[in-house]
Design a protein around this ligand. Structure first.
Ligand SMILES: [Zn+2]
Length: 241
């Protein structure tokens, strides 16, 4: 298993470009008799109107937990995006695909958000994973009808492991433990879906990415300290570009 994880690069930029290349070369002709309805994403849910619900309004506002997490995620990722309330889901990302899909949204299920108000690490973890999908664009130019199911599942697994690695790094930057995301994965046995790697592999990816980011920040802090520079808000703000 270690060998497989080593192949999954944990550096976000390198990972993203290597997946893009791989995506382009993995096309294949459509075989007769295959199911035609194939796509990479699920249909986006509808944004829920929460204007008459004071509890949810507070939760999603700048002073509430969701708004607070959104601000931190936007600042550390340097990626614009918005978290919007939705029904009947945990969370789902809708990336912006120029000319195809207006997006840059993360839908967050209101029941899930309410249930985990006292578990900021878990909300932060799930949102960071979805944010990884907003950043990743390697599936956007692909036509799924050219691919067979095996190829689609393989690409989805790469996409999901990218989002997991991204979440690990982002969680460190925004000051949340990866334990909440791992707890969520354990509870939902996501690992048994063909679209994901197994649970142990996903956990390993998240933890390694988190540790890689921690090591990088500590190194940066050391260099700054050696140069006699101090930042009032600490080394965590020396975020990766
Ligand atoms: Zn995902």
């Amino acid at each position: 298993m270690a060998g497989r994880i080593d192949k999954i690069q944990l550096n976000m930029r390198d990972l993203s470009s290597s997946l893009k290349r791989q995506g382009r070369t993995r096309r294949a002709g459509t075989q007769a008799g295959q199911i035609q309805q194939r796509s990479f994403g699920e249909k986006p849910p509808k944004q829920l109107d929460i204007s008459r619900d004071p509890k949810l309004m507070q939760l999603f506002s700048e002073r509430g937990l969701v708004g607070w997490l959104e601000e931190k995620i936007k600042r550390s990722s340097k990626h614009p995006g918005k978290i919007v309330p939705a029904e009947d889901i945990t969370a789902m990302a809708m990336p912006n695909i120029p000319g195809k899909q207006e997006g840059n949204l993360v839908y967050l299920g209101v029941d899930f958000a309410l249930k985990n108000q006292t578990n900021p690490d878990k909300l932060a973890g799930v949102l960071s994973h979805e944010w990884g999908h907003l950043i990743s664009d390697f599936l956007s130019g692909l036509d799924a009808t050219d691919l067979d199911w095996g190829q689609i599942h393989s690409l989805r697994r790469e996409e999901e492991s990218y989002a997991d690695a991204y979440a690990g790094r982002l969680l460190y930057l925004i000051g949340h433990k990866p334990d909440g995301l791992i707890e969520h994965l354990r509870e939902h046995t996501c690992g048994e879906n063909a679209k994901y790697f197994n649970l142990d592999t996903r956990i390993e990816i998240i933890l390694r990415a988190y540790q890689a980011q921690a090591a990088q920040q500590q190194l940066a802090a050391k260099i700054f300290a050696r140069q006699g520079e101090r930042h009032a808000l600490g080394s965590r703000l020396i975020a990766e570009a």
